[in-house]
Design a protein around this ligand. Structure first.
Ligand code: SAM
Length: 312
């Protein structure tokens, strides 16, 4: 209901000379302005939904992103998110999102794919990915990264305790201080809405610089359903952080990107990549930015974008 597929149009995303961050902010403004005009011309329900969508958007930070919230409280929030993920089998779906790129590396290069998880939070995708991949006949090596030391410590301790071959490192997704070519695939789950348009395009541009095969982002599907359903569900969880988690879930629902916005930001961040976006029902949008061919550090002006949806 809040995707505006029928009225959003692809835009030329990159005025020459702009940084990815500046180009992304300008491109998102232009996309939304054009959407407002088309919605006004359409009238009726579309006009009403577009006006609601504008009112819902917020720059309010989630408690997870606030400097005045303690690391202990944040850890409880990401733990609550993990509980929800486990109940909804979300980790299977996140692994499914990177599976095509993992398979390509396995088949073309005859070795495990080297995956970096950005903004890994509680770390469970990184911890579970090796076993989930094996169950699909895939091979990967994975490193979970974040900027919060307490999450990384928790991830390392759990990897040791469970005997999982996964490592955890500090990495700021806006400045990827890793050797180009060290990783084949970057994956980010349930976090793209935490970042501004400029931040997300910068992250994709940084991935294009250092990652060989592609960037995959999975995040909540912008919709009226997710706006109320996840906060409501969060309140029913027995976790200590349920009020914080319900608050953040409601802010998340207001911040999720539409699929046309995700596509545009990816085209700004990686103009030479093949971009696809699909809806993974229920609840997720999956963005794949394929750097096809495994060449690291290339930047170019030509690219292609394709939007796919598993359902109309
Ligand atoms: C919603 S949480 C992570 C959720 C986790 N991926 C999951 O699926 O359970 C968002 C994460 O973004 C991380 N983060 C925020 N800014 C970041 C940055 N500049 N670089 C890397 N991670 C960042 C936060 O520390 C937090 O762990």
């Amino acid at each position: 209901m809040l995707q505006f597929r029928r009225i959003d149009r692809p835009l030329d995303p990159s005025p020459p000379g702009d940084s990815p961050a500046a180009a992304a902010e300008a491109a998102i403004r232009a996309l939304r302005d054009a959407r407002t005009q088309r919605a006004a011309a359409s009238g009726g329900l579309v006009r009403g939904l577009e006006a609601l969508d504008r009112r819902l958007r917020t720059s309010t930070l989630e408690r997870l992103d606030r400097e005045d919230v303690s690391a202990e409280r944040k850890l409880a929030i990401v733990k609550a998110l993990h509980t929800l993920n486990a109940r909804l089998f979300s980790y299977h779906r996140f692994l499914g999102a990177i599976a095509p790129l993992v398979r390509r590396v396995n088949q073309e290069e005859g070795r495990p794919a080297r995956v970096v998880e950005l903004a890994a939070g509680y770390g469970e995708l990184t911890l579970r990915a090796p076993a989930l991949a094996r169950a699909k006949g895939l091979e990967l090596e994975i490193t979970g990264t974040d900027i919060v030391p307490e999450y990384l410590e928790r991830g390392r301790a759990e990897a040791r305790r469970r005997g999982v071959a996964a490592s955890f490192e500090h990495l700021d997704a806006f400045r990827m201080d890793v050797e180009p070519g060290r990783f084949d695939i970057a994956v980010i789950a349930q976090s793209m809405h935490h970042f501004s348009a400029g931040g997300l395009a910068t992250m994709i541009s940084e991935s294009r610089r250092v990652i060989r095969h592609g960037f995959v982002g999975v995040d909540g599907h912008r919709s009226l359903l997710l706006l109320w359903a996840v906060p409501f569900y969060a309140l029913t969880l027995g976790a200590g952080a349920r009020v914080d988690f319900a608050h953040d879930a409601f802010i998340s629902g207001r911040r999720f990107w539409t699929e046309s916005e995700l596509e545009l930001l990816a085209r700004v961040g990686a103009p030479d990549a093949e971009v696809s976006v699909r809806t993974s029902h229920p609840g997720y949008s999956v963005l794949t930015v394929d750097f096809a061919g495994g060449r690291v550090g290339r930047s170019g002006a030509t690219g292609s974008a394709r939007t796919e949806r598993s359902r109309p």
